[in-house]
Every structure is written in structure tokens, then in C-alpha cells.
Ligand binder design. Structure first.
Ligand code: AMP
Length: 361
């Protein structure tokens, strides 16, 4: 069985690495031959919407998945017409647009921060008048890792935000004074088996995920997150791994966004859960029984952003696992991560403090 992965970033690479013990083979499609995935499996080099490259990929594989959210929907539709393709194209379409995403959450009874669509400067003024300040102006499409967002703290910020982002469809969101950010990663198989991982706590800086702590033991939030996840999975007739990110405000969940793919906040599952999110994604799209999603200890995942830390010093700490994606360094770029697993939350937090002293910030 050969699986085509659209996108050859670190997520694709970790999918392939999880698939080899299952006797799977892989082909990537990416515009850059020098991608993390290309170091572990053959790659078709070409734009995601280049018909010839898509055909070449389809000809070489039995089934297609994607690891990157900005794959053009039309390209995925084209490939899905010739090969089974999971997760569903419609989940990709909705996840590409923050407005469609929030409208769907609303229809499914999943709470979100208040929001307004903004297509003109008048819309922006009206939205600010309704939602108040502070608020966050975001591009509806193509934003990630904090890009395409502006915080509006005072009225004087409005002009600069419009100057920077105006001209494309936008969304204004009320600023959430959250106690915590959490996410849930879950899998549903083509045989409709569903498993969810424990919810995890995420810390972001400048819109980029820095640290995930897992598991986050809170029975009520876990139950609510699983209920929301189940509704989204049902809606799309989903197969594969899906991630939902939430703010926790006054003890309640508010959905921020969904990702129809394996997720950075699930990297801890490689060493910290009975089955990794990557293996479960592959099991899910192949209709294999899903693996146990339980946490085997208390984990933390730390992203390496822009600069790699000294490998030897990190590996000298007990329970630390190192992942280098093989990318060239660039400010703000996710180059790798480490995961540490400890027997208790207290020992995990103590070890995390030592790890963070070794990771450039
Ligand atoms: P996003 O790209 O929407 O995931 O935003 C990146 C990060 O910016 C989030 O993880 C939050 O830390 C912060 N953020 C985004 N939207 C809001 C909001 N409406 N209120 C408060 N913080 C936000």
C-alpha cells in the first residue's frame, strides 16, 4: 500500500515515519524538493495545483492524504476524483476560511468568540462598535502561526490594522480573556471507530505554539471537547485525525479553530501516548482498528522556533526526546521540537523548566 501525502513538511515526515512499521510506503507532493518529508520518502516536486504533478502523484499511490491546510480545494477535488482521499475535501474547504469555520461551529452548537465578517472599512468600524475593544482583526484565509492578525487595543490601532490587512476578506473577533488555551486531537476511521486523546494545554507566543503540556486532567472540559469533536466529525463524515483548538474562558470552552490534519499540539503523542496521532491518522484512513489514545505519563512538548538548541545537552536530561526536521534556520520557523515524559505532572514541570533553559527563545 502506497500513500500519497500532499505537503512534505514535518507533519508529512512524521506520518511517513509512523507508517513504515505498518509496511506502508509513501510519496510526497511539494513545491520544494528540499522539504523535511523528502529526506524520508520520494517526492514529486511541483505546485499543489499543477495538474501534471497531481496526476503523477495519483499514478504512483493507492490513497491520498494531506498534511497542509492551504492545498487548493480544486486540486484536492481533482485528485479525489481518481484516488480515495482523506480527510474529506469539505473539511479542508471549511478549515481554510475562519468565517466558514465559525459559522459551522455555531450551527453545530459549539460556542465561539463573538465575530463579524469585515469586507470594507465601514464594516470594520461597525464591527468595532459592536464588539468593542480590544479585539483581533484576522484575514479569513491563509493566516497561520500568528500571521495575518492584528490586535486592536485602542481606536488608534484601527487605521494601521486596516492598512496592513485591508483588501482581502477579514474577520473581527472579540478579544478573549482566556485562562488557558487547550486543544483536542481525535481520530475517526473509515469504519467509523472514534478515539480522542486527552485534552492538552498550549502556550503560544507571537501567535506561535511554544509549549504543550499533556494530559490536562479536567473531566468536564474533556467531555465537552469530545462532544464538540464528535459533532464536527459527524458533520463531515470524517476519516483521519482532526484537531480542535479552544480558549477556556471562565471554565468554558470557546472554539478558536479546527485543523483537518495531525497537529503540532499532538506531537507529544509520539512518546507520551500509547499510539501516536500519526499512526492513528494512518490507521483511520486505511480503515484499520484505531490505537489506544491514553497518555502513558505526563508529557511536555517544546517547539524549536528559528534556532535549534544543543542536542547533546537536551538528550542528557532523562526522559527527553529530540526531533530535528532537517530544515534550514529562519526566524519564526518551526525547525524541530522535543518531548519530555515524566511519571507525574510535578516532575514533568520541573524537567520542563530545565529544558526551557536550554531552548533559545
Ligand atoms: P489563531 O491563528 O487564530 O490560532 O491565533 C493564534 C493565537 O493568537 C491564539 O492561539 C491565541 O493565543 C491568540 N488569539 C487568537 N484569537 C484570539 C482572540 N479572539 N482573543 C484572544 N487571543 C486570541
Amino acid at each position: 500500500m502506497r500513500i500519497g501525502i500532499i505537503g512534505a513538511g514535518q507533519l508529512g515526515r512524521m506520518l511517513a515515519l509512523a507508517g513504515y512499521p505498518l509496511a506502508l510506503q509513501f510519496r510526497f507532493l511539494d513545491s520544494s524538493a528540499d522539504s523535511p518529508g523528502a529526506q524520508v520518502a520520494p517526492i514529486v516536486t511541483g505546485a499543489f495545483d499543477d495538474a501534471t504533478s497531481l496526476k503523477r502523484l495519483a499514478a504512483e499511490v493507492d490513497l491520498v492524504t494531506y498534511e497542509f491546510e492551504n492545498v487548493p480545494v480544486a486540486a484536492l477535488q481533482e485528485i479525489a476524483a481518481t484516488r480515495p482521499c482523506f480527510p474529506p475535501v469539505d473539511a479542508l474547504r471549511v478549515s481554510q476560511d475562519r468565517l466558514l469555520e465559525k459559522e459551522l461551529f455555531g450551527r453545530l452548537g459549539i460556542p465561539t468568540p463573538p465575530y463579524r465578517a469585515v469586507d470594507s472599512r465601514q464594516d470594520l468600524d461597525a464591527a468595532v462598535a459592536e464588539l468593542g475593544l480590544p479585539s483581533v482583526l484576522k484575514t479569513r484565509r491563509l493566516g497561520y502561526d500568528g500571521r495575518g492578525q492584528h490586535y486592536l487595543r485602542r481606536r488608534g490601532d484601527i487605521d494601521a490594522a486596516w492598512e496592513a490587512l485591508g483588501g482581502v476578506p477579514l474577520i473581527l473577533e472579540g478579544f478573549v480573556r482566556f485562562e488557558q488555551e487547550i486543544s483536542i486531537v481525535g481520530a475517526r476511521s473509515t469504519r467509523r471507530e472514534t478515539r480522542a486523546y486527552p485534552i492538552v494545554a498550549n502556550t503560544h507566543r507571537d501567535g506561535i505554539l511554544r509549549v504543550t503540556r499533556a494530559p490536562q486532567r479536567n473531566a468536564r472540559l474533556q467531555r465537552d471537547a469530545e462532544r464538540h469533536l464528535g459533532r464536527v466529525l459527524d458533520h463531515f463524515g470524517y476519516a483521519g485525525v482532526l484537531t480542535l483548538e479552544f480558549f477556556v474562558e471562565r471554565g468554558r470552552l470557546m472554539a478558536n479553530e479546527m485543523a483537518p490534519r495531525v497537529h503540532n499540539s499532538g506531537h507529544w503523542t509520539i512518546e507520551g501516548a500509547a499510539t501516536s496521532q500519526f499512526e492513528n491518522h494512518l490507521r483511520a484512513i486505511l480503515g484499520l482498528p484505531l490505537g489506544d489514545t491514553r497518555a502513558t505519563g505526563h508529557s511536555a512538548m517544546v517547539n524549536f522556533i528559528g534556532t535549534m538548541p544543543a542536542r547533546e545537552r537536551l538528550l542528557a536530561l532523562p526522559g527527553v526526546h529530540y526531533h530535528d526536521y532537517g530544515k534550514s534556520p529562519r526566524p519564526g520557523r518551526k525547525l524541530g521540537h522535543c518531548t519530555l515524559v515524566a511519571p507525574t505532572a510535578a516532575t514533568r514541570d520541573a524537567l520542563l523548566r530545565r529544558v526551557l533553559r536550554l531552548v533559545p527563545r
